[in-house]
Design a protein around this ligand. Structure first.
Ligand code: ZN
Length: 630
């Protein structure tokens, strides 16, 4: 049954984050593109409970602090300086980044601020060496239009990108610092988006305008979309880190189903008379002895290591824990896992299973005192962790009776989401006193307005008329963010429409079949097209050559063509071969036109190596010389 999103009160707000393609970082002179200097550094920090200067402890910060992980930072000195290492104050705000943000602001009719004030936003996961992220509002207001609806923009912000996680261990997290400080623009809409499709349209529309500024980075990892989602009567859910545009509507759809399912479960728990206090008061039971000889691999592996199997009754929860891709059991175990790091949490609706037999499940029920209407949860691991995990299961189960909670969640590929941490409190920002404000002068704004870049629609019509491409192909180029590449490849002299479809359809097709197209760099692509232009290889086998280049990042385009046996013979060689063929076979066709059969023979020999038009021309010449054809 199709959902009526208006009836359920769906409200979505969108935050689009995109890296800016500036030469330098936001608050220092380091490059924004990775550089290998060979000089590596590594240092460590332990996370403390982050306290804001106002003295309040942030709930999200407390969550991270209780994990008490060691943070390891790695960097190549080509990409970082003392600023990223928090050994030197930040420099003045990057004026190139400010210009790009102001350009976007003008394009959406937002009102720039008079002075840009840099703030510190508490960041709790160690992804910033300082413990906060620097951020500043550049403009407010403005809007984007989607299918006749106005989506207001609330703020346009500049901020520093965070360090990138490269390893997560039980007690350590390793970050690479090269991305830290790369300028990001953040565009936040008002929470007026009312369906998954609208969320897609709004994100696509903002993305298009950002690209039209000609100041944003391209490719995987340069865009991140966060979604704030709520339905009537539920808490606000923030979903972080949606990378692909196509995932935006899937995330909204998944969250709506999840929120509605949890709301239904809550009503059923209440109808059954389940009380939160009763849930919280459930005692834990040690089931290790009872299940010591179980065939369950999950259990026996922990018991062998000296771990424990702990269990707890969930009164009135029978049948409400399982379900499809949205289920309360997953909420309980995700929550406990996020807080304790423990993996081995099982609930009664998935049993018998995990190698546990019906008899063992019955025995567990009887030890826990769980009747037919009750559910239960089991946690396996080191005793303290297993106990702790079950307390978190109880806490989350008690909340399930009371409300559908607001929380921060992370996006998973395919549109699913997973619990990340509590929502941060309000007191997260305070002024960055090390950076003086930047004035936005009238002169600067006038200059930006005079030099506004063309919209993507204007760009499309320019490409269509200049290169004779179809409208569809032009938009494919724009959507694949391949216009720049296209323009730098047309000077090879190869037909523009061929280059355009190579960069769009062929690349997409290769990617779909699992080829790592990101390995195909522009330089080798250029080299390959030169070979095509010079007649050294035929363009029919482009797909094969590109796949080879992707799989062999160290091969040149000439190596690739040669290794695939696609290198054309020289014109003299072909000439000699055609001559010999005509000499040998033409007499057999006395009276009939031998062109067709001979051309067939030539194509068999040279397909993919020599251009068909050239073969046909040569053949005709030879036949004419002999007076066989006209
Ligand atoms: Zn730096």
């Amino acid at each position: 049954m199709a959902l009526n999103y208006r009836d359920i009160g769906l409200k979505v707000g969108l935050e689009v984050h995109r890296q800016l393609n500036t030469a330098r970082k936001l608050f220092c002179d380091c490059p924004t593109e990775p550089v290998e200097s060979g000089q590596k550094i590594e240092f460590m920090r332990r996370l403390r409970e982050a306290q804001s200067e106002l003295g309040e402890v942030d709930p999200a910060a407390r969550f991270e602090a209780r994990r008490s992980r060691t943070i390891v930072y790695r960097a190549d000195m080509g990409n970082v300086c003392l600023v990223e290492m928090d050994e030197e104050p930040p420099h003045q705000l990057n004026s190139e980044a400010l210009r790009i943000a102001l350009t976007f602001a003008k394009m959406v009719g937002a009102q720039p601020v008079d002075e840009v004030h840099v703030m510190r936003k508490i960041v709790i996961d160690g992804s910033n060496t300082t413990g906060f992220q620097r951020t500043c509002i550049v403009a407010t207001g403005g809007s984007v239009r989607i299918k006749g609806k106005e989506v207001p923009i609330q703020t346009i912000t500049l901020e520093e990108d965070a360090a990138r996680i490269i390893e997560t261990g039980e007690d350590t997290v390793v970050y690479d610092l090269s991305r830290l400080g790369v300028p990001l623009i953040e565009v936040s809409t008002a929470p007026v988006i009312g369906s998954p499709e609208e969320a897609y349209d709004a994100a696509a529309s903002i993305g298009k305008l950002l690209r039209a500024t000609q100041g944003v980075k391209r490719g995987l990892g340069t865009v991140r979309q966060d979604l704030n989602i709520s339905v009537s009567g539920g808490g606000l859910v923030e979903v972080k880190g949606v990378q692909e545009l196509e995932e935006v509507p899937k995330v909204v759809d998944y969250e709506v189903r999840r929120l509605l399912h949890l709301d239904k479960v809550r009503s059923m728990l209440r109808a059954r008379g389940v009380k939160a206090a009763d849930v919280l008061g459930q005692p834990l039971h040690d089931l290790t002895g009872l299940l010591a000889s179980s065939k369950s691999r999950l259990i026996s592996s922990w018991v062998l290591k000296g771990g424990k199997v702990m269990g707890v009754r969930l009164p009135g929860f029978s049948g409400l824990l399982g379900g499809g891709d949205v289920r309360l059991g997953k909420e309980l175990s995700d929550y406990a896992k996020a807080w304790t790091g423990i993996e081995g949490i099982i609930h009664s609706d998935e049993l018998p299973g995990y190698g546990l037999t019906k008899e063992e499940v019955d025995a567990v029920r009887s030890v826990l005192g769980a009747g037919g209407g009750d559910g239960f949860a089991i946690a396996v691991g080191p005793e303290s962790k297993a106990r702790e995990a079950l307390y978190f299961v109880l806490e989350r189960a008690a909340v399930a009776v009371e409300e559908v909670p607001g929380e921060t969640r992370g996006a998973k590929p395919g549109g699913m989401t997973v619990y990340l941490r509590p929502r941060p409190g309000a007191a997260r920002m305070y002024p960055e006193t090390d950076v003086p404000p930047s004035r936005v002068t009238r002169g600067l704004l006038e200059e930006i307005e005079r030099n506004l870049p063309p919209t993507l629609e204007e760009l499309a019509s320019r490409l269509t008329s200049k290169f004779g491409l179809s409208t569809q192909l032009v938009w494919e180029l724009i959507n694949a963010e391949a216009v720049e590449d296209f323009e730098s490849l047309v000077n090879t002299g190869v037909q523009p429409s061929f280059i355009a479809s190579l960069l769009t359809e062929t690349m997409k097709d290769l990617k779909r079949s699992g080829v790592r197209v990101e390995n195909i760099d522009l330089r080798r692509l250029h080299g390959y097209l030169k070979l095509v232009a010079e007649g050294r290889t035929a363009k029919e086998s482009a797909r094969e050559v590109l796949a080879y280049l992707a799989n062999n990042p160290d091969s040149s385009s000439l190596d690739a063509v040669r290794a695939l046996g696609l290198l054309a013979p020289t014109v003299e060689e072909v000439d000699r071969e055609v001559e010999a063929l005509v000499e040998e076979l033409a007499p057999k066709f006395s009276g009939k036109d031998p062109f067709g059969p001979l051309m067939g023979e030539l194509m068999k020999r040279y397909r993919g190596r020599v251009d068909g038009a050239m073969l046909s021309r040569l053949l005709r010449e030879k036949l004419r010389e002999r007076g066989i054809a006209k």
